[in-house]
Design a protein around this ligand. Structure first.
Ligand code: NAP
Length: 556
């Protein structure tokens, strides 16, 4: 019988009961969710994936702002598991733009016939574990109910957008956008006075494109970030051929943490080798030359310039001053250059931005940088915003203000464990997990890109693939051994949480002030959200647990 219930604070909706019990429900139709669905289906399991958007893509579905482009090179920001996909897909540029990534994901979805098992426009509201039946029950905002043995979350590490903490937003009568909630009908910014709040990866990609359309662009800069040239370009036939030859070894070396991206693929072995040596292995002139070449090469290759970038303050500062000099060289107005120059944090404690024409954009007559560090934006008004007691009138405000990263996509939901506890309460003092996969008290919950996994600190697609394979093997193991329930041992969880904390000890991340540690969300527990020990060590730890028969987990 169908019943009515209040779902997620909405007025009562009719609940539609499920016809069958699924083996697994996968949350999210991004890279991790799509591959998870594929792997479990290959194992012969009954699986459904839920996706809030109307199509696949995950972060790339929502972040469709002008200029959105991946800052990891396309050749390695793609699946490695399927020879069919490798053979049939060809990336057009060094860094893929958002529409091309969406096309790729849609192509994979069709090629593997995944679409029929993904329920689109289905936003999950709640998930509860029932310890009598050992099943999860899920309710979507639209009132669809599902039950499944396993709950696999691939909700995305950067999928819960946050608005700037500025009062009066609802009073603004102009157009208001968030980069991560960009409308499908492209807003027309021509001839308008536009304000952008935020100069992280999203803001710095968006700003050059908005400047070309808007009558006037005001960029509100609170904490300027370090920025590297993308040096984007079309991929040539020669690149494709080289990739064809080197693909397997590049992918292997990515997993052993020897290289970070396909940027390294196009670097000579000699240039790559500098990452093995500490900065003082080289003279000051040699170091400068290494940095210059990495700058010219483009992309996020500075963190790997030397072995001790993250642990040696002097080496770290040398990179900071190199990047600061570049700003002074490019931005013509010294006051504007100063507003855009990072001085308050160490290199690597925030993710470096990678883009095209960001600094050059501030040499345009229609673009102005406003320092809102000393004088924060006080409030929104009907006509714009107030800074330093003065109203700045705007037709459009674009917030590129970031995310409640890594945990936000789950804490926003009503997820309850075996004893009715909510995950948002369990994580209110810190998001401890076991290997990033499971949480004590939440049986049969498996996370892809969860807190305590390398997630945002590594190539996300590669890490997703490893985690999906690991989870698929675990579920297969349970099925073969007729286990209905898996629990995380709290001691194993506490030990892994310590490993995650230890991984940042003695590195600049230990005192990071960024979304990496949750500081950008009011009230969020502070602590490193991702395992920073590198993908190779992570894989070693997870492989060892699997080989031991899943030590640290309990089966029943
Ligand atoms: P973000 O790095 O968290 O940046 C948010 C920006 O908004 C910061 O500059 C922040 O300033 C500013 N801000 C927030 N509230 C403000 C206020 N009240 N007044 C003034 N400024 C305010 O967010 P993001 O740029 O969306 O990037 C988040 C992550 O997503 C990236 O680090 C990256 O991992 C990923 N991403 C990747 C790509 C890509 O692949 N190319 C593109 C976009 C995003 P403060 O620093 O002072 O708080």
């Amino acid at each position: 019988m169908n019943v009515r219930e209040t779902v997620s604070g909405n007025e009562s909706v009719e609940l539609r009961r499920p016809a069958e019990v699924l083996d697994a429900l996968v949350l999210g139709g991004g890279f991790g969710g799509m591959y998870m669905l594929y792997r479990l289906r290959e194992l012969g399991l009954k699986v459904t994936a839920l996706e809030a958007g109307s199509d696949v893509g995950g972060a790339w579905y929502w972040n469709r702002y002008p200029g959105a482009r991946c800052d990891v090179e396309s050749l390695v920001y793609s699946y490695s598991f399927s020879p069919i996909i490798d053979a049939e897909w060809r990336w057009s540029e060094r860094y893929a733009a958002q529409p091309e990534i969406l096309r790729y994901m849609s192509f994979v979805c069709d090629r593997l016939d995944l679409r029929k098992d993904i329920h689109f426009n289905s936003r999950l509201a709640s998930a509860r574990y029932d310890k009598e039946t050992n099943l999860w029950t899920f309710v979507t905002e639209g009132g669809d109910v599902y039950t499944a043995r396993h709950f696999i979350s691939s909700a995305g590490p950067i999928s819960a957008p946050i608005w700037p903490d500025i009062p009066g937003r609802e009073s603004f009568k102009g157009e208001l956008y968030h980069t991560a909630l960009w409308p499908r009908n492209e807003p027309d910014l021509a001839g308008k006075r536009v304000g952008v709040i935020g100069t992280g990866s999203s803001g710095t990609q968006l700003i050059p494109l908005v400047a070309e359309q808007a009558k006037h662009l005001t960029v509100f800069v609170r904490t300027p970030n370090y920025h590297a040239l993308a040096n984007n370009r079309p991929l040539t036939d020669a690149d494709q051929e080289r990739w064809g030859h080197m693909r397997d070894s590049v992918r292997r070396r990515l997993r052993t943490w020897e290289i970070l991206g396909s940027g390294d693929l196009f670097m000579s072995e000699e240039e790559l080798a500098t990452r093995k040596h500490p900065g003082d292995h080289y003279t000051a002139e040699q170091r400068r030359e290494i940095l210059r070449r990495r700058w010219e090469f483009g992309g996020a290759v500075m963190p790997r310039a030397f072995a001790d970038v993250m642990t040696n303050e002097a080496v770290n500062e040398e990179i900071c001053s190199f990047l600061r000099e570049k700003i002074a060289e490019i931005v013509k107005d010294p006051e504007t250059a100063e507003i855009l120059t990072p001085r308050t944090f160490k290199f690597g404690t925030k993710r470096i931005c990678v883009g095209t024409n960001f600094y050059e954009t501030f040499n345009r007559d229609n673009v102005e940088a406003v320092d809102v560090k000393a004088n924060p934006i006080e409030r929104f008004t009907e006509k714009g915003v107030v800074v330093g007691g003065k109203e700045i009138e705007l037709d459009v405000v674009i917030c590129a203000s970031g995310f409640d990263a890594v945990t936000g996509a789950l804490t926003v939901l009503d997820i309850r464990g075996a004893d009715g506890q909510a995950i948002k309460d369990v994580w209110s003092h810190g998001s401890e997990t076991y290997l990033g996969f499971g949480v004590a008290g939440f049986p049969n919950l498996h996370m892809i890109g969860g807190p305590g996994s390398p997630s945002v600190l590594v190539n996300v697609v590669m890490a997703n693939e490893y985690q999906v394979d690991w989870i698929a093997n675990l579920i297969d193991f349970m099925r073969r051994n007729n286990h209905q329930r898996i629990d995380v041992d709290p001691d194993a969880q506490a030990k892994w949480a310590q490993t995650v904390r230890d991984a940042v000890k003695g590195t600049v991340l230990e005192n990071a002030e960024s979304w990496y540690v949750g500081i950008n969300v009011p009230g969020k527990a502070r602590g490193i959200l991702a395992y920073a020990g590198g993908i190779a060590n992570y894989i070693k730890a997870c492989d060892a647990v699997a080989e031991s028969g899943y030590e640290g987990f309990r089966f029943s």
